[in-house]
Design a protein around this ligand. Structure first.
Ligand code: AHR
Length: 646
């Protein structure tokens, strides 16, 4: 039976393709023909197209990018003892009080009273403190009081002390004073703890404990920074998300509370349910943008709290000016000369040069008339003083339906510059909507796709989600004259401490890995090109139970500097698909092509700390002649960079 089938296959092949002009290896015709019209140039790719969206959700900042290793060193968390175990001997008291605060933004502290006794304080950070042998850890705290005795601080793993240092108190400390110590562990650890032992007599006030690896960049973790760097983002949208809105105006994000000495920043519970120290605040975000070479896109509260949680709180109309003033002050802080009050503050923090912020957003996932009224007021005041700053208008959380359409109608009628869309949808939705932006009005507002991610059943960060996002991104790129910025959301997930999946980058105290979606973002960011080149694919439509998908999703661009045609093709299906790539028009190839492929055996494959199953593989091909055949493996994202002769 098998023999007969093979015989018939050879016979049919010879009958149909015996005289084929195709090269000898081309026995069967490719399933698709991708024609690239090299002389027909489409829209310019927005130089800002791919960016990142930063929000302190999933402990992205506290317990994440912020290198601080202790939790609740300030005793300000809602549960004042969170993160601490406090043991006391007889004739000892340890209470958290607020009578003589370090400053008004940091009211609570620990008061220890001893009579020839001892108190032990233990902080385990975020499920254990990671340590590296021989490296320096900077321990600091503020203290005040009349105490005679000893404070021993040690880093302990199990029963073993890995590092220890002492402070002897002989006389009273009348005013709050910062004590700074260094610890260098003799072994690596992933789950150490800080133990502070106080022995003696008297009363000591303690606040703002901090344990920082000496190796940090403006308080940030280098390993996580490198993950961001390798995405090469063109913009950073920060600091949220719903975080900007707050679940009441009380915990809405106020940038002025996040700058200056960390102990003076007004920390608070965020709407994701945990306490934020703001150890990374607006100044650090601006430094981060500078390091990444990315444009800052700060988002400001529009004078209203989150519209999808427990009832929106609107700022009274006569107080809106204060919220508007915050934005104006920020622009002076970021861009103003050092002679202006806020420019001088920036200079005092160590950055006399302006940050040149060009884009800001007013509101996140806001909609409806109250938002429109506020937006208009913000815009008027901002444009009066800063006419060149571009202002992003917030779309609702939905990406279709009545609220969405109403928002677009208002945006068009009111000359909005940039509209922020958010799309969290199934992989099938993404695959069926890659042409979404083809029909957008070219003369209307531009689009910031400020948040998007494919949500698979169980919301897994698997290859299936990444493929759907990649397919959709071919549509973003083709329509980059309309979609000028796009960022996946959320960015970070501290394993075991998260509120939201899927996310782009997963980490713990000492490890980090990129999800398949991360690698899709990286591949697209690294292979953007400068202009879209017209291309068509035969046999493109793929109908499944009435749903219209495509066999392959593609976009072609040209990189002027590198003189390369960049062909991206996504095959989200379980079969290999062959493509005959035919360049039409005046073009000569050097024969060299750089190839990047992201694939794995199963679309459900995920990455983990232990195994990176889905990572891009690069190769170089030589001797390529136009036209040529390329096989897109099942479940794959492919980039073919063809070097052309000029
Ligand atoms: O990305 C997580 C959340 O999703 C954002 O905070 C919010 O804008 C959206 O609803």
């Amino acid at each position: 039976m098998r023999f007969i089938r093979v015989f018939l296959f050879i016979l049919v092949t010879l009958l149909f393709f015996g005289d084929s002009p195709l090269p000898a290896q081309q026995i069967l015709p490719a399933q698709h023909i991708l024609e690239v019209y090299v002389d027909q140039i489409g829209p310019r790719i927005s130089p800002l197209l791919y960016g990142i969206f930063f929000e302190d959700i999933n402990h992205a900042v506290d317990g994440g990018l912020y290198a601080e290793l202790l939790r609740n060193g300030s005793f300000e968390h809602t549960n004042r003892r969170e993160g601490w175990v406090i043991e006391r001997g007889e004739r000892a008291r340890a209470t958290i009080v607020s009578e003589e605060p370090l400053n008004r933004n940091n009211p609570n502290y620990l008061k220890v009273e001893l009579e020839d006794s001892a108190v032990k304080l233990v902080n385990t950070g975020y499920n254990g403190i990671p340590l590296k042998r021989g490296e320096i850890y900077l321990l600091s705290f503020y203290t005040k009081g009349d105490f005679s005795g000893k404070l021993s601080a040690s880093l302990v793993k199990g029963e073993e002390k890995l590092a220890e240092t002492d402070v002897v108190f002989q006389q009273g400390i009348p005013n709050w004073q910062k004590i700074s110590l260094k610890l260098s562990p003799k072994k690596d650890a992933t789950d150490a703890r800080l133990v502070v032992l106080l022995e003696g007599t008297g009363c000591l006030l303690l606040d703002m404990f901090s344990l920082m690896p000496e190796k940090n960049w403006h308080g940030m973790r280098e390993d996580l920074l490198r993950m961001l760097e390798s995405l090469r983002p063109s913009f950073v949208r920060f600091p949220g998300g719903c975080l900007v809105e707050g679940d009441s105006l009380e915990n809405a994000y106020r940038w002025k509370e996040t700058i200056g000495p960390v102990e003076e920043r007004r920390s608070k519970r965020n709407l994701w349910g945990y306490h934020q120290s703001f150890g990374i605040g607006f100044y650090e975000y601006l430094l981060l943008c500078e390091r990444l070479g990315a444009k800052p896109l700060p988002i400001f509260n529009a004078g209203m709290s989150c519209q999808v949680r427990r009832g929106t709180q609107y700022c009274p109309a006569d107080q809106l000016d204060e919220w508007i003033q915050d934005v104006l002050d920020f622009l002076e802080f970021a861009n103003g000369s050092v002679d202006t009050p806020w420019g001088a503050v920036r200079a005092s923090l160590g950055h006399p040069e302006p940050f040149n912020v060009e884009y800001i957003g007013i509101g996140n996932e806001n909609w409806g008339p109250p938002y429109h009224i506020n937006f208009e007021k913000f815009r008027k005041a901002i444009k009066e003083k800063y006419p060149n700053v571009k202002i992003v208008f917030s779309g609702p959380p939905s990406y279709e339906g009545a609220n969405f359409r109403q928002a677009w109608k208002w945006a068009k009628e009111n000359d909005v510059e940039i509209f922020d869309e958010h799309i969290y949808a199934s992989p099938e939705w993404f695959l069926a909507n890659t042409d979404r932006y083809d029909t957008y009005d070219r003369n209307g507002p531009k689009v910031l796709l400020g948040e998007y991610a494919a949500h698979t059943p169980g919301r897994k960060n698997n290859l299936q989600a990444a493929l759907a996002e990649a397919a959709f991104m071919t549509g973003l790129e083709r329509n980059s004259d309309v979609v000028i910025m796009a960022s996946y959301a959320p960015l970070f997930n501290r394993v075991g401490w998260s509120q939201w999946v899927p996310d782009l980058i997963w980490f713990d105290g000492y490890r980090v890995f990129g999800t398949p979606s991360y690698y899709v973002q990286k591949i697209f960011s690294e292979n953007r090109g400068d202009v879209v080149v017209k291309s068509t694919l035969t046999n493109e439509e793929y109908r499944v139970f009435g749903y219209r998908y495509k066999h392959l999703y593609h976009v072609v661009t040209y990189d002027q500097k590198g003189e390369e045609l960049i062909i991206k093709v996504v095959n989200p299906w379980p079969e290999d698909k062959s493509v005959w790539i035919d360049l039409k028009g005046k073009v000569e190839l050097t024969g060299e092509a750089r190839i990047v492929v992201l694939t794995s055996a199963d679309q459900l494959d995920e990455n983990s700390f232990e195994e990176l199953k889905v990572v891009p593989k690069e190769s170089v091909l030589f001797g390529i002649k136009n036209p040529f055949e390329y096989t897109c493996k099942a479940f794959s994202v492919n980039v073919i960079r063809l070097k052309v002769k000029r």
